[in-house]
Design a protein around this ligand. Structure first.
Ligand code: BYC
Ligand code: FE
Ligand code: FE
Length: 469
């Protein structure tokens, strides 16, 4: 079904023919807009931003581009097309037809997962609330806002499911999604990373590289779900997600490129000299990378998890790219986990969080390789690297363990002392913040980041992506 833009809430779920649901969502809509005004990029409410908007759900030609004021963005409800005769691809219900309604006995488990997914979307907008004020270019400002409006739409995606399939509980949860706030002492967001401040653009690019990539993996695994509306919703969200990770990968890449230019110009790799020249030394970039990678690893949950076992068994949440595996039931398989106390053999279903985390780590490596190619080509052998997934963890068996970035358990005193080499220090943060000066002339770039190779939608880099009034 095509997207109907003549309605108050654009959708391809035939909302007009479900008056009760339509009314409930139209009641939630002004609350969403109030939240956007208070917690979103409201300093830019009257600017015209060159945004893409979904106009269809086909892989080809699904988006249109044009200047829009963000409060006028058409947030809507878009599900990927139904796959005929789809069956459940994993767990105890393997091979059975998918569900169009939530099975009663799985209601609370489904709700919990949908709420957790939904909670991250507005959280990220809150985290990035003030970044527009220090944009390094209009190109980057536009990308920030593109990511923000789409995370807002992802919230809509989950709120639709809550309203349509979870009755009064669902409506209450939808309200609560606007009540929790990132970093709020009394009513924080559910997952750790989404309460961390993102107050500079280096953090923003690390977040969109590492944390949006958790989004990719979680959405992929929910796209496998036996609850078909959830699967279809997440499948379409993944189309939008690709750009968020592109922003992260190219953002970090452009910072590295600029740093290398300065290193070449000055003929030194001394961090102090590089900083004095207004670029970010590779060591600082590595510390930010360590922080956001390790925090994002926590988002997969504990290595051994009865929640994940039951989600898998019940057909709620599969593995990303489930079809690539041979065994989709995994009832009797085991998995060898490396814990601080040695190798522990556990049931594979209980280790699904770890299975997912491992495929995520592999995906993270790809960008690192690209950044390192630049470093190598510039003639330096100081590559960036992912720290061990045991390093700096707050969830699971390695949480709060004194482990170095190579994954070795070390003396706690040594660990505490060395942390300044491994994670962003106050001094790093103060320095990075000092670089965050607004550059808002078409085509101009801040001095700490190289221009992108190309603009958006085949437009030149110096296009006026944001028109302010
Ligand atoms: N912080 O059995 P456990 C995205 C909680 S990102 C705080 O170990 P489980 C996006 C857990 O909730 C994708 N708490 O783990 C990116 C549970 O609490 P309750 C977001 C944590 O349940 C950028 C308890 O610990 N989507 O879309 O197997 C911008 C025991 O849990 C954390 C999803 O996450 C943590 N890091 O798995 C915008 C998908 N980790 O329930 C958007 C939906 C665990 O006992 N969520 N806990 O009170 C899930 O599938 C699962 O909830 C999790 C955890 C994978 C998160
Ligand atoms: Fe999202
Ligand atoms: Fe995203």
């Amino acid at each position: 079904m095509s997207i109907n833009y003549s309605e108050k809430i654009p959708n391809n779920v035939d909302l007009a023919n479900d008056r009760k649901l339509q009314r409930a969502l139209e009641h939630w809509q002004p609350h969403f807009l109030d939240w956007w005004r208070e917690q979103g990029p409201n300093d830019f409410a009257s600017d015209e931003v060159y945004l893409r908007t979904a106009v269809g759900v086909d892989a080809q030609g699904w988006a249109s581009y044009g200047h829009v004021k963000m409060p006028d963005y058409r947030w809507g409800i878009f599900l990927a097309d139904r796959v005929a005769d789809r069956t459940i691809g994993f767990g105890d219900h393997f091979g059975e037809p998918v569900w169009q309604q939530v099975p009663g006995e799985l209601r609370s488990q489904f709700r919990r997962i949908i709420v957790t997914q939904g909670d991250t979307e507005p959280a990220s907008v809150e985290q990035q609330h003030l970044l527009g004020l220090t944009c390094p270019s209009l190109y980057d400002l536009r990308n920030l806002f593109q990511v923000n409006v789409e995370e807002g739409r992802h919230l809509w995606a989950m709120v639709y499911l809550l309203h349509a399939y979870f009755g009064r509980d669902g409506r209450e949860e939808a309200e609560a999604l606007l009540g929790r706030h990132s970093g709020d002492a009394d009513n924080p967001r559910i997952l750790g990373t989404f309460n961390e401040p993102i107050s500079d653009w280096l953090s923003f690019f690390m977040f969109t590289y590492f944390t949006d990539r958790d989004g990719k993996f979680q959405l992929k695994s929910l796209s496998e779900s036996g609850f078909d509306p959830l699967a279809r919703t997440c499948r379409f969200m993944l189309t939008e997600e690709a750009h968020h990770m592109f922003v992260g990968e190219t953002g970090v890449g452009r910072i590295v490129k600029r740093t290398l230019e300065v290193m070449k110009e000055l003929g030194t790799d001394d961090p102090g000299a590089i900083r004095a020249h207004g670029a970010i030394d590779l060591q600082t970039i590595q510390r930010y990378l360590n922080f956001w990678f390790s925090s994002s690893l926590d988002l997969f949950g504990s290595e051994v998890s009865s929640n994940s076992a039951s989600s898998f068994a019940n057909g709620i949440k599969g593995r990303p790219d489930e079809s690539q595996y041979e065994d989709h039931v995994c009832a009797d398989s085991s998995y060898d986990l490396e814990t601080p106390d040695g190798v522990e053999r556990v049931n594979l279903r209980n280790a699904m969080n770890e299975v997912m985390r491992n495929s995520y780590v592999k995906d993270c490596e790809i960008g690192i390789k690209r950044w390192n190619m630049q470093i190598k080509r510039a003639g330096y052998d100081t590559p960036l690297s992912l720290p061990s997934s045991r390093f700096h963890r707050s969830i699971g068996s390695w949480s709060n363990m004194p482990v170095d970035p190579d994954g070795k358990i070390i003396d706690r005193d040594v660990y505490e002392r060395q942390l300044v080499d491994w994670l962003p220090t106050e001094n790093d943060q103060a320095f990075v913040h000092s670089l965050m000066q607004r550059v808002a002339e078409p085509g101009k770039m801040a001095g700490w980041i190289a221009p992108p190779d190309r603009g958006i939608n085949k437009l030149p880099v110096d296009y006026e992506y944001v028109r302010s009034h």
